[in-house]
Write a new protein. Structure first.
Lengths: 277, 372
């Protein structure tokens, strides 16, 4: 009885839609949109044979991995600072981290368009300081996408890390120092393994949505960047090929499941080896 | 028994109550079906109190809406926008309810008629329909305008910045072959039909070809062209070329005419390519699921008034299908060959009419083009 709301939610908003996509991926698209009840493996065949779509998968995984790594590289030191040295400024920093979230995702992404435009404020300032000659040429590229996703997903990485670091028993760090470990060794062999749950969750919270990211590549990426999220969206909306789009969506789900399993196993190995569990 | 408000709900009562509440919600959501279209012989039902228009962006003069609102003071008029016919069709097919009017291009009208998404127009309610030029009532996509009313017509081509390309451009050959010199500063429309159709014309074939060999050459051309494309955009290219962020951009004639009407006017010129291009007609259509069909007819009829049609042209810089409206069009728009091309230019144009096989081929090539 207690599980009823969760079960209902899971069934209605998760299992049923994925069920639809799974079924659609084995059917045929009708002309100009819709689905015909005609069984076919063509969608998966088309996916397997094409080099183009596989390239899109590869570049999406690359973008998601790079974005996650950037979030981790920037987020971990910040979370560490918050948990150990921020003191009375802690709440202020937390608020500053959360406040952008009160604006819509779309607005935040568009803000970068204005800031980094070839005729935008950053370009003007740099040109006036003679640090820049000609156009800024930052937007509508892969690096603009990485900037956009790191900015938008950083809080999702920082919060689990912060919680993990906050709960870390600082006396363990002192004990390591007493036993002769330098700062880097302490960090590598005590802090990181003990905060591994936070790192795991943070990375998952960032990597999984990044795999399906649609908005940032479409606004900041220009013509150069086409991720799997854009491809699936286009297949459904512009190409009206619901069956193929569903096959692509199923492929993303399967890839994610495989990657996450590998990731969990690797993370557990790091944790247990360092802690000799 | 104590009254229900002053004792605690027992668990059973709570379950019963919530079951009843959700049942009520479900019933409310299922209700509200669209009005059946009025037959001409029976009296017209009263006009509804709301109107929901799903249109391209910047394609309806706000003054027109204000004036219509004044004539119908208690009507709640809402507008929503889209950037391509396919976006609109996807949303309607996915079951979006509540829209009354949509603005499909000719080929999309035919698709929507075949999918039974449109309400037959009741011409008895369109007293201003007689102002529409005869040739716009004999279209291939909807002969006799049974399901759609022509709104604007125009051409697809490209515009270039005269300051970046002083020698000028005149053809698709220029468009595709000058790309390496302006890599990254080129924009194309976000539409499979426009991109593939333009490439077909460049290679000397028909805009609507579904020949496998011809389309294979199109794919090779596009994949070689893609690295130089900076933007794939149908809604924002006006700003990009007005700001000088691109050197040249595929687009629709009225958008470039609107850019040229800015003060100061950016050094932009619109070209209908020499090899030929697309001629299109956009239409007003009413959805079969429209909750306010009478209001929709009244609005379309209001726009068909030549004075209002002229006002529309003054705003959007697109040509409309009413010669009667020409006295009301200002700013020399009717003399502007960008908006009103001469007949020799019109002779080179084709309407977009892909076959289902051709559409599937286009979508596949276009997906590969975008992913390249």
């Amino acid at each position: 009885m207690l599980l009823a709301p969760a079960t209902f939610w899971y069934l209605f908003f998760f299992a049923v839609p994925i069920g639809f996509i799974l079924v659609f991926s084995f059917l045929t698209s009708a002309d100009f949109g819709g689905i015909q009840l005609q069984f076919s493996l063509d969608n998966y065949a088309q996916l397997a044979q094409s080099t183009v779509y596989l390239r899109v998968f590869r570049s999406t995984i690359g973008m998601a991995a790079a974005g996650t790594a950037l979030c981790l590289l920037i987020g971990y030191p910040f979370a560490y600072f918050l948990a150990t040295r921020a003191g009375r400024w802690k709440n202020l920093f937390l608020v500053m981290l959360i406040v952008p979230f009160w604006t819509s995702f779309l607005t935040r992404t568009y803000a970068w368009l204005i800031l980094l435009g070839d005729h935008g404020p950053l370009s003007n300032v740099l040109q006036r300081a003679h640090l820049l000659h000609g156009d800024l040429n930052f937007l509508y590229s892969y690096k603009a996408i990485l900037l956009g996703v790191t900015y938008n997903y950083l809080p999702l990485m920082v919060f689990p890390l912060y919680v993990s670091l906050e709960r870390l028993d600082k006396r363990l760090l002192e004990a390591a120092k007493d036993l002769g470990a330098g700062r880097w060794a302490t960090f590598r062999r005590v802090t990181v393994p003990l905060t591994m749950p936070g790192i795991l969750i943070g990375c998952l919270l960032v990597f999984i949505p990044l795999m399906g990211e649609y908005v940032v590549p479409s606004i900041l990426g220009g013509a150069r960047s086409f991720m799997i999220g854009n491809l699936i969206g286009d297949e459904f909306i512009s190409a009206h090929d619901w069956a193929f789009g569903s096959a692509l969506a199923m492929a993303v789900i399967v890839i994610l499941l495989i990657l996450i399993t590998i990731y969990f196993r690797a993370a557990r190995r790091v944790t247990s080896s360092e802690l000799s569990l | 028994m104590k009254p229900i408000t002053t004792r605690d709900f027992s668990r059973r009562e709570f379950l019963v109550f919530s079951a009843a509440a959700s049942g009520g919600l479900v019933l409310a959501a299922c209700g509200g079906s669209a009005l059946a279209p009025a037959a001409s012989a029976t009296p017209v039902p009263p006009i509804e109190n709301a109107l929901n228009i799903y249109n391209w962006s910047q394609y309806l003069n706000p003054d027109t809406v204000t004036q219509f609102q004044k004539l119908n003071a208690s009507m709640a008029i809402k507008q929503d926008t889209y950037a391509s016919n396919e976006d609109m069709l996807a949303k309607i097919e996915a079951g979006a309810k509540g829209y009354d009017i949509v603005v499909p291009t000719g080929y999309m009208v035919k698709i929507m008629i075949d999918k039974k998404l449109l309400l037959p127009i009741d011409h008895m309610l369109l007293t201003n329909y007689s102002h529409i030029d005869k040739r716009f009532t004999l279209s291939g996509y909807d002969y006799g305008n049974k399901y759609s009313v022509p709104k604007d017509w125009g051409t697809t081509g490209f515009g270039f910045r005269k300051d970046k390309i002083p020698q000028g451009m005149t053809s698709w050959k220029d468009f595709f072959e000058m790309a390496p010199k302006f890599s990254g500063k080129i924009s194309v429309l976000d539409g499979a039909n426009e991109v593939i159709g333009s490439t077909l014309k460049y290679l000397g074939y028909s805009y609507n070809s579904d020949n496998d060999q011809q389309l294979s050459k199109v794919k090779d051309t596009l994949l070689a062209f893609k690295p130089h494309v900076g933007h794939i955009d149908s809604a924002n290219y006006k700003n990009l070329i007005a700001n000088g962020d691109v050197a040249y951009s595929m687009g629709w004639n009225g958008d470039f005419a609107a850019v040229l009407a800015l003060t100061p006017a950016p050094p932009v010129q619109y070209v209908v390519p020499a090899e030929g291009s697309e001629f299109w007609v956009d239409t007003w259509a009413i959805l079969k699921t429209a909750p306010d069909p009478i209001a929709a007819h009244a609005f379309i009829n209001f726009i068909l008034d030549p004075k209002i049609e002229g006002q529309e042209a003054n705003y959007s810089y697109y040509a409309n299908p009413e010669t009667d409206a020409i006295p009301y069009i200002t700013n020399g728009i009717t003399k502007d060959p960008t908006v009103y091309p001469t007949s020799d230019v019109l002779a080179k144009l084709e309407s977009n009419k892909p076959t289902p096989k051709g559409q599937r081929q286009r979508d596949q090539i276009y997906a590969e083009f975008k992913a390249a």
